[in-house]
Every structure is written in structure tokens, then in C-alpha cells.
Design a protein around this ligand. Structure first.
Ligand code: B12
Ligand code: SF4
Length: 550
């Protein structure tokens, strides 16, 4: 039995719901009668409803994100039919903007928009008749109030302003030992972002606020003592306040043990000497930086209000690749207003030259609330109306080409990012090839010249991606050895590369992942060799990152 149940459908079991834990940690005297119940989007809605109802709750709070709004609506619809008296409160980024229009909101009693760490408790107290309506919760004139007879005069939509960090209880004790052993544990040292990139929800999270250093360091220390090895920071711009980030890095460095892994989101053009010094001291594989670049086209960057110094960015990448063992995961976005395929291709090639271990090619999403919609008319931006609201076409990239880019992104993830083909992937662009995306005839018409053949990684990989699609008609679920075989076929038959060195390269890549069963199709191209003892893999690190290391 629990009066209050806090729940969400995570993207996968492995991702722990951090936001919900904040809400639970700040319930005050209500905490003993509250429970956390986590599910994931692969579970059946009716099973989830059954499990929630078993708590016999009076209030259920649902965390709503882009990945779970659809299935959560099914859960709520079932609960409301079976137990209509249960108060349903929604919150989370997906329902914090464009709230009224949403189907899931129609099913709920209340929605708390924004950071509800403290507001959720305030609302629960009123709903459980433990506290009177405070002025901050009273409906303003003309505001839609929950239906008469529902026993509540709270407004349907309640805005939570940014909470005062000094008043917040931190939620780290709510990670169980099981969570620590088996799941991704999120932590944060600050909230908000001072930048204004128009595609990003965090551009609305102003101002930036920091958790007092002493308080967060004590929590990190405690998590380490409990055996946590991998810390994933959700701070949007970890390197904004250099002194602050330096102190946290120094804290980790002083306590470093093999298997430790620290993930941070960084802005790429901000790595002053004082930060470089400390970063360089970490062993290879201990740090992962997720760096958003999004576009290398300065005009596109200006259009979407993203400030970026490309020279500093390149210099920082050179430093990170040459002098540190940081694993770099760099993001690019395809489909931004003003970005042609050619300029995206140039950006991708530029990024390849900077050598990050992973490049995430994201397809532009129109998240609820983001200011990028101001470009919709001028750039004829057409988005999928269903989550994750990806762009379908725009003025510069038609639907068919966008589909090719979408496949490029998926195949790139399987081949370029997976760490399974570190040596093989560059073979795809090792030979000069004629550009295949831009129609040569159009180029001749436009310029009067034949396009110069070039070994652009983007164009070459796009050719591979088109070929793979025609060959398999699928973008996922290709087993590793099958993918190897297809790569081998492409490189040797389509690109006419000598099979023996290609086979040897694929075999080295295969063994890098700790495997020793020689795939049948490679056998005839590989000479007999003595059995090599298994390589020592950095197995306590996340698998992908470990493969990039050896
Ligand atoms: C961890 C994370 C993930 C994890 C999943 C986590 C999980 N639990 O399953 C992974 C890595 C899988 C992921 C993937 C994606 N993500 Co993500 N992710 C995050 C991230 C970095 C941290 C979330 C977090 O813990 N925040 C800290 C806590 C304290 O904040 P919070 O979760 O927002 O919770 C607060 C409020 O929302 C609210 N609240 C939350 N729950 C509830 C419940 C109730 C009842 C109430 C009242 C209030 C409430 O109060 C909380 C406390 O203040 C955020 C960015 C960020 N820094 O927040 C993006 C973010 C949530 N992701 C986002 C996006 C777009 C994606 C992707 C589509 C990105 C992509 N490139 O593909 C994918 C989709 C995955 C899929 N399968 O479809 C967007 C979400 C937009 C949206 N409308 O939901 C965010 C906000 C990033 C951004 N700035 O654009 N993501
Ligand atoms: S993309 Fe990064 S820098 Fe830009 S607003 Fe979002 S979090 Fe901030």
C-alpha cells in the first residue's frame, strides 16, 4: 500500500529515472507513504497498470518524456477506467510545453510543468487534504480548473518555477545497491544552460544553477563508497564554470580506480589550460565527453542562434586526441534550416578529420516548446507529428533524401560508432570515388564542369549505406557476422579492394572485441596463425568505449 506512487516508463531498464528520485527525496513528511515504481517502454501497458494499482494509491505521478508519452497514455486510460478516483499528476519535459493540446493531458487530473522537485509535494499535500490551497496553487482568473465534483480546486496546469537549490534534498540515497550494480546512474552538479540553440529544450532552462560544491562532492563520495564506478553527469554544459568543473574532475582524479568512467556533456570551444592540465592526467578510457557541434556551417549556426568558435573547437579536439585518452562522442544534426546536404557532408568530413571516436548523426527533432519553429514557414520544415518528431523534409532536403540520411545515421551507428569496425570503416573512403549524392548531371548544368572525384567520408559512407539498404532492406537487427560479411562484399566487390588485406583488417577488428571464432567467409583469405591469447579487455568500461580503447 502506498498513497503516492511515482512512476515512469524509462527508455530501457538500464536507465534509472533521476527526476522521479528528486521528487521522492523532496516529499518531506509524505515520503513514508510514497513509492517509486519504474518500468520501461518495452513492457505491456496493462501489466504496468496492474502493477501500479496493486499499490492501492490515491495519487500517481507519471514522468512524461518524448520516449514514453504514447504508452503512458495507454496506462493512464486503463487506470482511469478501473479506478477513476485515483488522482493522476503528470510532469516532465514532454508535458511542460504545448501542454493543453496533448491527448495524455486530457486523461490526467493535473500537470505540473517545469522542475517539480518541490511543487509535487505541495500539490500532493493539498490533494490529500493535509494542507490548504496556497496562493501559488490557486487558479488564476479564467484558468481551467479540474472538473467540478473531482474534489479538488487545484488548477489543471500548475507551473513550477526553478526550485531554490539550497532547499533541495538530493536523491542519491534512493539509488538502491541493485541500481548501482546494474543500471546507468545519473548525477548532476548544475541545471540549466546559458545558450540558446533553437532546437534544444535546454535553451529554455535559464538561469544556470549550481548545487553547492560541498554538498554534491559529499554525495559523489558516498556513491563511490557504495561501489559506483560509472558516473553519468546530465549537466548541459559541464565546462561552463571552469573552477567548478575543475574541482569535480580533481575530486575524481584523486579517487580514481581502474574501471571508473565519468561522462560529461561539454561545450567544444571551451577548454582553457587549467582544465586541460587536469584532463590530461586521467588514464585512457576514464573520461567521456559528449560534445555537441551540430553544424559546421556558420550561417546555419547563426540561424538557429548557436554560438560556436570553430577554430577553438578544432584546437580542443587536437588536444584531446593527441594528449589525452578522452573518449569523444560528438553530435551533428542533419536537417537544420539552411543546411544543404553538401554543407552537412562537408561538416561530417571535417569532423571525421578531427578524429572523435564516435559521431552521432542526429536527425533534427521538433521537440515541444523549442523556438526552432520560427523557421517553419521560411524553410518549409515538415516534421513527423509523432514522437520523436523528426524532420521529414525541408526546403533544401526532400523526403527521399532525408530518408537516405536517416539510414546513413543508423548504419553509421552500427558500423562507424560501434567500435566493431575501427580499422575497417576508413577503408570505405580509402579509395577516391565520384560523388554519388549530388547528381553529376545537375552539377554539370550548374557549373559547366564534371564534379571532381573525391574520397569524401560522407559521400563514400552514403554510397555504402544506399548499397546496404538495397541489399538488406533493413536498418537494424543485422547480426555482427552478417554485417561483417556485407562489409566485406561491399569493399571487395563494389569497391574492388584486394580481399586478403580487407579480410585481415576485418579479422583484427573482430578480435578486438575479444572474439576468436573465425567467421567462415573469412577463412579462405586468412593464413593459418598460432592461437593468440585473448586480449585483456577493459571490460569494466561500457562495451562500446572499451572496444574503442583496445
Ligand atoms: C538521461 C536522458 C536520456 C536517457 C533516458 C533516461 C530514462 N530515464 O529512460 C537516454 C540516453 C536513453 C535518452 C534518450 C533520448 N533523449 Co534524453 N535525456 C536525458 C537527460 C540527459 C537527463 C534526464 C534527467 O535525468 N534530467 C535531470 C532531472 C532532474 O530532470 P528531469 O528528468 O527533467 O525531471 C524534472 C522535471 O522534468 C520534472 N519531472 C520529471 N518527472 C516527473 C514526474 C512528475 C509526476 C512530475 C510532477 C514532474 C516530473 O521534475 C523533475 C525534477 O525537476 C535529458 C537532459 C537533461 N539534462 O535533463 C535528456 C532529454 C530528457 N532527452 C531528450 C531527448 C530528445 C532524447 C532523445 C529523443 C534524443 C535522441 N538524440 O535520440 C532520445 C529518445 C530515446 C528513445 N528511446 O526514444 C530531451 C527530452 C525532450 C522531451 N520532450 O522529452 C531532453 C530534455 C534533452 C534536451 N534538452 O532536449 N535520454
Ligand atoms: S544544445 Fe547544448 S549548448 Fe545549446 S542550448 Fe542545448 S544544452 Fe545548451
Amino acid at each position: 500500500m502506498a498513497d503516492i506512487v511515482l512512476t515512469t516508463l524509462n527508455a530501457k531498464f538500464i536507465h534509472a529515472a533521476f527526476g522521479l528520485r528528486y521528487l521522492l527525496a523532496n516529499l518531506g513528511e509524505l515520503k513514508p507513504c510514497a513509492r517509486l515504481a519504474e518500468f520501461d517502454i518495452n513492457q505491456r501497458p496493462l501489466d504496468i497498470a496492474e502493477s501500479l494499482l496493486a499499490h492501492r494509491p490515491k495519487i500517481i505521478g507519471f514522468g512524461i518524456y518524448i520516449w514514453n508519452a504514447g504508452p503512458t497514455a495507454e496506462v493512464i486510460a486503463a487506470i482511469k477506467r478501473i479506478r477513476p478516483e485515483i488522482k493522476i499528476i503528470l510532469g516532465g519535459p514532454e508535458v511542460s510545453y504545448e501542454t493543453e493540446q496533448q491527448e495524455i493531458v486530457q486523461l490526467a487530473d493535473h500537470v505540473i510543468t517545469g522542475e517539480a522537485d518541490l511543487k509535487f509535494a505541495e500539490v500532493c499535500r493539498v490533494l490529500l487534504n493535509l494542507a490548504p490551497l496556497t496562493p501559488s496553487l490557486s487558479p488564476s482568473d479564467g484558468e481551467r480548473v479540474a472538473k467540478p465534483g473531482e474534489g479538488s480546486t487545484l488548477p489543471k496546469i500548475i507551473a513550477a518555477g526553478p526550485p531554490d537549490f539550497s532547499q533541495l534534498a538530493l536523491p542519491y540515497d534512493l539509488y538502491t545497491d541493485d541500481d548501482i550494480a546494474h543500471r546507468i546512474i545519473y548525477v548532476e552538479a548544475s541545471r540549466g544552460c546559458p545558450f540558446t540553440c533553437e532546437f534544444c529544450l535546454s535553451s529554455l532552462d535559464i538561469p544556470v544553477r549550481q548545487i553547492p560544491l560541498g554538498k554534491i562532492l559529499a554525495e559523489l563520495q558516498h556513491l563511490m563508497e557504495r561501489g559506483l564506478k560509472q558516473f553519468k553527469f546530465v549537466d548541459r554544459t559541464f565546462n561552463l564554470n571552469i573552477g567548478f568543473s575543475k574541482t569535480i574532475l580533481e575530486f575524481f582524479l584523486a579517487r580514481y580506480q581502474p574501471g571508473h568512467f565519468f561522462h560529461f556533456e561539454m561545450i567544444p570551444d571551451r577548454l582553457p589550460e587549467s582544465l586541460r592540465e587536469i584532463i590530461a592526467k586521467f588514464l585512457p578510457g576514464a573520461l567521456q565527453f559528449e560534445v555537441g557541434i551540430q553544424t559546421f556551417n556558420p550561417e546555419v549556426a547563426a540561424l538557429i542562434s548557436r554560438r560556436q568558435d570553430y577554430e577553438k573547437l578544432a584546437d580542443n579536439f587536437h588536444f584531446l586526441r593527441a594528449e589525452t585518452g578522452v573518449h569523444i562522442h560528438a553530435d551533428l544534426i542533419a536537417g537544420l534550416p539552411g543546411e544543404t546536404v553538401e554543407s552537412f557532408a562537408a561538416g561530417f568530413d571535417r569532423l571525421i578529420a578531427l578524429g572523435p571516436q564516435e559521431i552521432q548523426v542526429g536527425i533534427l527533432k521538433r521537440l515541444r516548446g523549442v523556438p526552432i519553429i520560427r523557421h517553419d514557414a521560411e524553410w518549409r520544415m515538415i516534421y513527423n507529428p509523432h514522437p520523436p518528431y523528426e524532420i521529414l523534409q525541408n526546403k533544401l532536403i526532400d523526403f527521399a533524401t532525408m530518408q537516405r540520411l536517416r539510414r546513413f545515421a543508423r548504419y553509421w551507428d552500427m558500423v562507424g560508432n560501434s567500435g566493431n569496425f575501427i580499422e575497417t570503416t576508413p577503408l570505405i573512403w580509402a579509395v577516391a570515388q565520384a560523388s554519388c549524392l549530388c547528381d553529376s548531371r545537375n552539377a554539370v548544368e550548374r557549373t559547366g564542369k564534371m564534379p571532381v572525384p573525391q574520397s569524401s567520408p560522407f559521400q563514400s559512407f552514403l554510397r555504402f549505406s544506399d548499397w546496404l539498404h538495397t541489399r538488406t532492406h533493413r536498418a537494424d537487427g543485422i547480426a555482427l557476422t552478417r554485417l561483417m560479411e556485407l562489409l566485406f562484399e561491399f569493399l571487395t566487390i563494389e569497391l574492388h579492394l584486394d580481399p586478403k588485406p580487407v579480410a585481415e583488417t576485418l579479422w583484427r577488428d573482430y578480435r578486438r572485441g575479444g572474439r576468436h571464432d573465425k567467421p567462415g567467409f573469412l577463412k579462405e583469405f586468412l593464413s593459418e596463425e598460432k592461437v593468440v591469447p585473448p586480449r585483456k579487455s577493459a571490460s569494466t568500461l561500457p562495451k562500446r568505449q572499451a572496444r574503442h580503447l583496445v
